[in-house]
Write a protein that binds this ligand. Structure first.
Ligand code: UDP
Ligand code: MG
Length: 137
């Protein structure tokens, strides 16, 4: 059993694909262990994506992530980290495999609908960023 942090980003909420994203996880035997909607401030988005601080897209990404509500969730199951990444598809929708969330719904490399932790180390930072232990079932 493994846990990962997934986010339906502001573009995904605007495009009404919150249910679609959750449904794709559930169809692959993953469980939703925690879930909430919230609006990040720019400062909070900067803290969440601090690993990308030196990247050229950091300013634009953190602006985008704070432009509207997001849905954050803890997703659990066997190989949850890799499974969620596979269901999401590649960062750039042009490279994402057919049938993945990003291939089906993303506009471009930044506005790509969904986030998923990329490693156990990332999940260990990202899950407690949003949820206390009491909120994770
Ligand atoms: N991103 C971007 N331009 C890039 C690479 C990434 O705007 O050239 C954005 C995109 O929203 C991506 C996020 O920054 O999902 C985090 O980048 P990362 O490389 O961690 O991709 P992910 O793990 O989300 O696939
Ligand atoms: Mg990443």
């Amino acid at each position: 059993m493994e846990r990962t942090l997934s986010i339906v980003k502001p573009d995904g909420v605007k495009k009404n694909v919150v249910g679609e994203v959750i449904s794709r996880f559930e169809k692959k035997e993953l469980k939703i262990s925690a879930l909430k909607m919230l609006l990040l401030s720019k400062e909070e988005a900067q803290r969440f994506y601090v690993v990308h601080k030196e990247r050229p897209f950091y300013g634009s990404l953190t602006h985008f992530m704070s432009e509207g509500p997001i849905v954050v969730m803890v997703v659990s199951g066997e190989n949850a980290i890799a499974k969620v990444r596979e269901i999401m598809g590649a960062t750039n929708p042009k490279d994402a495999a057919p049938g993945t969330i990003r291939a089906d719904f993303a506009s471009d490399i930044e506005r790509n609908i969904v986030h998923g932790s990329d490693s156990q180390q990332s999940a260990a930072y990202e899950i407690p960023f949003f949820f206390s232990s009491l909120e994770i079932l």
